[in-house]
Write a protein that binds this ligand. Structure first.
Ligand SMILES: Nc1ncnc2c1ncn2[C@@H]1O[C@H](COP(=O)(O)OP(=O)(O)OP(=O)(O)O)[C@@H](O)[C@H]1O
Length: 270
């Protein structure tokens, strides 16, 4: 069993500059069901400004890690620390899991993203809330369908609405489970660009599950590769992950090499 290097790139920065705050920390975290470990221990720190992409094949444990971070599933062992006091987190589930729940329109959904704690007692949103919500809807190109029922939207439109909610939420830490799965190629790239900009400019920590490895490599500062079969957890930059034996075993040497070289990618062989 292999555990990757847990040092994120900025940790190598000059010792005189204090590192950004840690917003999420997993200490030898073992995830699984019914006390049965799914993966080797996950050991990482996510700081302000980090953009971490979680990659791995279907059934490899990505959503299980998210569920554990959210407190929906108890860790088998190890610890999770959520950063600083008063920190706000936002979670964007895979679209399918909220479809039926919401007889609501994107406009309200995004506004509600601004409410937390005692704010729930405030019956009306403020002009500032409405301004921020509208700006978020515009940013993701959702203005045209902001007033339509959420459940009538296309999958890609739903994902845009969910992204607008994150933009409006002022969260410090954002966890997104396959936020671009139903988007067209242009929207997907725009979304990854926006998430990278959020991390960089607003100093938010972004953790995103993605099956688009080339896009993850291009925009994320760090990749977390999980592989239930090996089993393995590999943390590092794209180069380190794509050359790792466990990754090459799962995706094939040729495909991994093409990813590593950044050349144009065809479908995954096999
Ligand atoms: N409630 C559960 N009890 C037991 N095993 C489960 C449960 N939910 C999921 N699993 C198993 O845990 C493994 C990891 O599932 P998980 O949903 O974390 O994968 P994933 O990497 O998110 O996959 P995908 O890319 O398909 O979304 C799978 O083998 C799955 O069958």
């Amino acid at each position: 069993m292999k555990t990757g290097d847990s040092t994120l790139p900025h940790e190598a920065a000059a010792a005189t500059v204090p590192p950004p705050e840690v917003l999420l920390s997993c200490e030898q975290l073992v995830i699984g069901y019914g006390n049965k470990a799914l993966l080797p221990p996950i050991h990482l720190q996510v700081r302000r400004g980090d953009f971490v992409a979680v990659v791995g094949r279907n059934g490899s444990g990505k959503s299980t890690w998210f569920k554990t971070l959210l407190g929906l599933l108890a860790p088998v062992s190890g610890r999770i620390e959520k950063g600083v006091p008063g920190m706000r987190s936002a979670y964007v589930p895979q679209t399918a899991s909220i479809d039926a729940l919401l007889p609501v329109r994107p406009k309200e959904m995004v506004l509600w993203g601004r409410l937390t704690g005692w704010n729930f007692l405030r019956p009306f949103s403020s002009p500032e809330d409405r301004r921020v919500a509208q700006e978020a809807l515009d940013t993701v190109g959702a203005r045209a369908f902001a007033h339509r029922p959420f459940r009538e939207l296309s999958e890609g439109q739903k994902q845009r609405a969910l992204l607008a909610r994150v933009l409006a939420s002022d969260a410090d830490l954002v966890l997104l489970d396959e936020p671009t799965a139903a988007m067209d190629a242009v929207a997907e790239r725009e979304t990854m660009q926006r998430l990278a900009a959020l991390a960089r400019e607003r100093r938010i920590a972004v953790v995103v599950v993605s099956h688009d490895l080339a896009m993850a490599a291009e925009y994320a500062s760090t990749l977390l590769f999980v592989d239930r079969e090996a089993p393995a957890v590999v943390l590092g930059n794209a180069q380190a992950v794509f050359t790792h034996p466990a990754f090459r075993h799962q995706y094939g040497d040729e495909y991994a090499a093409r990813l590593g070289s950044g050349s144009s990618l065809g479908p995954i062989p096999g």
